[in-house]
Design a protein around this ligand. Structure first.
Ligand code: ACO
Length: 278
């Protein structure tokens, strides 16, 4: 049985086909505890294939997106249980970040405040990221005596330059949302007052796109990063052909509405999904 406290660590609601999922331990700055990690996996499972969910937004309640791993519950208390405790806790947290990296629906990190350490896992896992200008990003591991584990070092080097990643990790200094844009951690930073509106706008635009193409595209962008050009070329041919087995009409309709019907221009927006035959 999942007790109520564990259930409360994550809050969510679905509005207009967007799932708004919140890390919900504001009194602990949404630090990721084993209970939160377990609950988040359940919530992601529950939402992933719901017909009324087309986009998932991950945000935080209160002043934090997440203050990273819970130093007491995730580190101290699991270490006290020995190697099994540590590995178990790692599997739960890394598990939901991996699920999010390859999620069926497009995902958006809405970074409303503090984002530290382990928080870089879900940050990278989300396909797009929008931050409040005043949000603070930090690899604070060095400040309390460990390396940026749990993927954080990998995330830093994936998203920003070698020199910035090294400075960020060694110095333990925070950067704000605007600098996070410059460094490539997030797409945009806007005043907190309009952050939700901007993310809603992006989510609604994603909802106008072909959902099979969205999944194929987000996976392709992640996969090809580590491939040679020739391997990527081959993967992309096969990925499109595999996508056709889920939706063989979309691209034909997309071509028809442009070339025959002349009702839209692909260079300026998406075709009308509602006219597509199943
Ligand atoms: N783990 C456990 N508890 C935490 C964490 C955390 N990561 N972050 C905050 N808390 C707790 C505090 O201990 C405090 O608990 P209490 O009310 O029982 O005393 C409560 O959350 C509120 O925290 P404050 O520090 O009072 O909040 P404030 O808004 O002043 O500061 C800040 C916020 C800067 C995020 C601060 O809490 C902080 O430095 N947290 C740790 C950040 C960090 O280094 N995280 C680990 C990254 S490394 C990794 O994830 C592997």
């Amino acid at each position: 049985m999942t007790d109520q406290t564990e259930l409360d660590t994550v809050a969510f609601e679905v509005v207009d086909h967007v799932a708004w999922v919140k890390l919900n331990r504001p009194d602990k700055r949404n630090a990721m505890s084993p209970r939160l990690n377990r609950r988040m996996m359940q919530v992601l499972d529950e939402l992933e294939f719901r017909a009324d969910v087309g986009v998932l937004v991950l945000t935080g309640e209160g002043s934090a997106w997440t203050a990273g791993m819970d130093l007491k519950e995730y580190f101290r208390e699991t270490e006290a249980k020995g190697l099994g405790g540590t590995r178990g806790a790692q599997r739960e947290s890394y598990g939901w970040w991996r699920r999010l990296r390859w999620y069926q629906k497009p995902t958006i990190a809405m970074v409303n405040g503090w984002c530290f350490g382990g928080g870089y896992g879900p940050l990278f896992a989300c396909d797009l990221a929008f931050a409040a200008e005043d949000a603070q990003f930090g690899l604070s591991e060095i400040n309390w005596g460990i390396l940026p584990g749990g993927g954080a070092a990998k995330v830093a080097t994936e998203l920003t330059s070698f020199r910035r990643a090294m400075y960020h990790s060694l110095m333990g200094e925070n950067i704000d949302g605007k600098t996070a844009v410059e460094w490539g951690f997030v797409n945009e930073a806007v005043p907190i007052a309009i952050l939700k509106d901007r993310v809603s706008e992006v989510a609604q635009k994603l909802l106008t796109k072909n959902p099979v193409a969205l999944k194929a595209t987000k996976d392709a962008i992640r996969r090809v990063r580590e491939m040679t050009y020739d391997n990527a070329e081959d993967y992309l041919i096969r990925a499109q052909e595999a996508a056709n087995s889920f939706d063989n009409e979309g691209r034909k309709e997309g071509i028809k509405q442009f070339i025959d019907d002349k009702t839209y221009k692909p260079g300026l927006g998406a075709y009308d999904l509602s006219k597509q035959k199943a």
